[in-house]
Design a protein around this ligand. Sequence first.
Ligand code: PMP
Length: 423
Amino acid sequence: MNLPGAQPTRQHHAGDAPTGRSLDPHRQRYAQRAAGMRASEVRALFAVASRPEVVSLAGGMPNLAALPLDALAEDVARLVAAEGQTVLQYGSAQGLPALREQICEVMSLEGISAHPDDVVVTVGSQMALDMVTRVFCDPGDVVLAEAPSYVGALSTFSAYQAEVVHVGMDDEGLVPEALRQVLGALSAQGRRVKFLYTIPNFHNPAGVTLAERRRAEVLEICARHDVLVVEDNPYGLLGFGDQTHPALRSTEPDNVVYLGSFSKTFASGLRVGWALAPHAVREKLVLAAESATLCPPAFTQAVVSRFLARHDWRGQVKQFRAAYRERRDAMVSALEQHLPAGCRWTRPDGGFYVWLTVPEGVDTRAMLPRAVTERVAYVPGAAFYADGLGSRQMRLSYCYPTPERIQEGVRRLAAVLEGELDV
Ligand code: PMP
């Protein structure tokens, strides 16, 4: 069974649908790739969804309420006083050596054994996604991504004019048989697949996790087809059970580029993430990073490094998990209580998101303005596909609002859905 919305896919040509061209006096000047750069649906939503009367189940903003802000403020002041000459200066393109060592320690929680030399610090894992795509993809190259997939990655692939081919998922994540079939079909067409982009843990937007027994199979299929794996794992430490899943990178160091982030385990505003790559790829990523930013900000790296060294960061992650778990429970119980018959949803064991499928006849994109009028926002499912599927799906985030607001938001959403089904 495929995850709802993940039916067989049409292929997507990244550069073919710009809008509003006639209004732009610079239109003749843009590079072709600018046609693939589109406003994200999520970004457009932020403006309406951030109005206080709207319960936003749309954005994936981490909940920072558990952070010890006073202690952090003191720490930052001390950092500037004691090390200002260094931390306010340019730094290494690859990132602060001390932080790269600490990142290896963080990754060891997922079974990864890595050398700090193979870590490249980035401005959030979003920058790492950009670098990886820039380094590997020519226009028209194929990238595989789960159906559905992270909207920010789809935008990056589109910006580099890569063609996204989706691979089906079910409640246990990416389906190995679907991967085998897609790769077989592409190879029969003589198409070159550059990498599989996958989010194995607490998927954005699907909320599912790749079953452990599938992990070796996915790696083996990719290795057999000579396809690199890009493992995007910002939520890996935010599981609600006791167990942390072993990273794909832990078993296949030579064919996996692993992307990590402190956005969800510390603070997204610091914009500190990283890539761990096979040695040769690491070289290319450093060059790509250098041309984009010279070096990642020394200051925010130092803040993260100090936090890891001086605070109980494992305890902090536990607090985040508890907060998200409480919110997941609030959302799932509200869905059970309020949603009309015929709706289905995933039940995440970690992370931020629930993937909801609504009854036939409801189009979640068309319904959104009515939902916002009723003071609740979500992200329509189509945003997470490169090929226009997902019209009966939506992503609901429980990370940011309080449990009470989540319950109220779901109640409002249910009323809007009932209204749609009545007509
Ligand atoms: N990958 C996934 C799957 C995400 O959900 C996000 C943030 N929403 C990112 C990457 C980017 O995160 P950041 O740049 O903040 O590290």
